[in-house]
Design a protein around this ligand. Structure first.
Ligand code: MG
Length: 404
């Protein structure tokens, strides 16, 4: 492990963490990590979108300096019970200012959707260390985020389990201390593992009739609803292919996917001599979250550990692009870059929402994404403003197609 990237801090000065998306699945795992860190980590800001009731409970337990409610239309009445001395901030602008505060050491970005791009941008613009669970920020704005990292001196650590695994496999040979980027031409490829989701063994015909209930039954991971549906379509893997392209700065032809139903090997890295390094751990997000919050220092983790006295089987299978065409879109978008990522992501967010509301069939999700990609005016280097314009355009168009 690189000595220069470990933050040497005394146990008496905790690392101040801004937990953005505190009420979600990643947020609560992160708070669990913080609670069991023996005071090394401290939740200094807790931010939610609308879940003010949950926020109060968390604030009472974690005693942050400030809480943020990013949606000003949320029910603010529960905030009357907020413990004295905790500052209340409201609105998206307030959130984007909060992540820049000088006392914040690490910003955990755990909001779902492209909304995470602005906060990621703001934190990196202020030179902060970002633990990124919001893959959409890189999918939509990968080139811009990479530029910011180069110019503003911030750091970026992946939280997504696959990307954390790749990062851990690459750590010993990382040249750039601030980013997980791969420097060196001895890398043959990055191998992302995919659980295959609940429909891994379903036929094309069955997939057409898949219901919301079916899609929400993930075999190995317990996650939020949107990402669980993304796992079922394999769009989650598509977004992760794009995320890996930017995070590690590798061409799409150096990324491959292998289906691994047990979700124990979280991803692998293959070198030109044929050596393959993998990272294994039980499917529990607390490990990659902790690794990012601790800035790559390894400490005891509240996760279950393997019992190596018991037999265990690991399987690896080739991905089926015919039944799961979403992954093809992932490779395509990772290759062309530019505006394709934001369009794919926005179309998918709208389509998943429509599927969850039983307005479209399961197999329409990927078809709508294909249509949005084909129908948009490709821009090779969109600005942040262009990205949000395209995001809005795609949402409107996709909604129109769904309503027709
Ligand atoms: Mg993942």
């Amino acid at each position: 492990m690189d000595a220069d990237i470990n933050v040497n801090r005394s146990p008496s000065t905790p690392q101040n963490i801004a937990v953005i998306g505190a009420s979600g699945s990643i947020g609560s795992s992160a708070l669990d990590v913080i609670a069991s860190s023996n005071g090394r980590l401290r939740a200094s800001i807790l931010a939610v979108h609308r879940s003010t009731r949950q926020l109060i409970q968390l604030a009472q337990r974690f005693q942050p300096d400030a809480v943020v409610v990013s949606d000003p239309t949320a029910d603010m009445s529960p905030l009357e019970e907020l413990p004295k001395g905790i500052e209340i901030l409201v609105g998206e602008e307030a959130l984007n200012e909060a992540v820049r505060r000088p006392e914040i050491d690490v910003v955990l970005l755990a909001i779902v959707g492209v909304a995470g791009l602005r906060s990621t941008w703001s934190a990196l613009d202020a030179g902060k260390t970002v633990a990124l669970a919001n893959k959409e920020a890189l999918v939509a704005g990968g080139a811009l985020i990479t530029d910011l990292l180069n110019t503003k001196g911030g750091k970026l650590y992946p939280v997504d389990s696959e990307h954390s695994a790749i990062f851990q496999c690459l750590l010993s040979r990382r040249v750039d201390a601030r980013t997980p980027r791969v420097c060196g031409d001895d890398l043959k490829r990055i191998i992302l593992t995919a659980s295959g989701g609940p429909f891994r063994t379903w036929s094309l015909d069955q997939l057409k009739r898949a219901t919301v209930q079916d899609a929400l039954k993930h075999p190995t991971w317990k996650m939020g609803a949107k990402i669980t549906v993304d796992s079922a379509t394999t769009m989650n893997k598509a977004l992760e292919i794009i995320e890996a392209r930017w995070l590690f700065d590798v061409d799409s032809d150096k990324i491959s996917v292998v289906v691994h139903p047990q979700s124990i090997v979280h991803s692998m890295v293959e070198f030109i001599d044929g050596a393959v390094l993998a990272q294994l751990s039980p499917p529990d997000m607390r490990l990659p979250i902790q690794f990012a919050l601790e800035e790559t220092t390894r400490t005891a983790c509240p996760t279950r550990q393997f019992d190596w006295t018991r037999a265990m089987q690991l399987e690896f299978l080739p991905p089926d692009f015919e039944r799961f065409p979403a992954m093809k879109l992932g490779f395509e978008v990772a290759k062309v870059g530019g505006s394709a990522g934001v369009v794919l992501n926005a179309a998918n967010e709208i389509a998943v929402d429509a599927f969850m509301n039983r307005r479209i069939s399961f197999d329409s999700i990927t078809k709508l994404c294909r249509r949005a990609l084909d129908g948009h005016n490709y821009d090779p280097s969109p600005t942040l403003t262009d990205i949000f314009k395209l995001d809005a355009w795609t949402r409107k168009e996709t909604e129109k197609w769904i309503s027709q």
